[in-house]
Design a protein around this ligand. Structure first.
Ligand code: NI
Length: 144
């Protein structure tokens, strides 16, 4: 770990702590309260950072669509070409005769990434879609 850790005490209702401990236990043998609380703190701050459209984020956009919908593949392609700086890598899986799964690894300004996700997932024919991203500072630089 190598960084100074500071201990502090927190007052919480007993029932809440019991439920939290159960939640931590579900994460496995190596999980502990401190690590779970550190994760929650990082998550909260990362979410706040994302409100700023200039924040650098990393993440993925997942979508499932029917490639038979007229013009859909072309539209999705057009949007991706307009955001080629933000798209690091793309994976395309042909799920069955109709359906395609596409996963995009993305990196860039929060505003641009959200715009990209909104455009892709808002395109008619995209049946399922999700953006998962986190501020780079929280994901990469913060460490433990
Ligand atoms: Ni396909």
């Amino acid at each position: 770990m190598g960084k100074d850790l500071i201990r502090f005490s927190v007052a919480v209702p007993e029932g809440l702590l019991e439920r939290f401990d159960e939640h931590v236990a579900r994460r496995g043998m190596q999980a502990n309260r401190s690590e779970a609380i550190r994760d929650l703190m990082r998550e909260q701050m990362a979410e706040q950072d994302m409100d700023d459209p200039d924040t650098e984020v990393v993440g993925s956009i997942t979508m499932v669509y029917d490639h038979h919908v007229v013009g859909l593949s072309g539209s999705l392609d057009e949007i991706q070409h307009d955001h080629m700086r933000e798209i690091v890598s793309t994976m395309h899986v042909h799920l069955d005769h109709h359906s395609c799964l596409e996963v995009l690894a993305v990196r860039g300004q929060s505003g641009r990434i959200h715009q990209l996700a909104d455009l892709l997932l808002g395109t008619k024919g995209v049946r399922f879609g999700r953006l998962a991203c986190v501020a780079s500072t929280s994901a990469i630089e913060a460490g433990h």
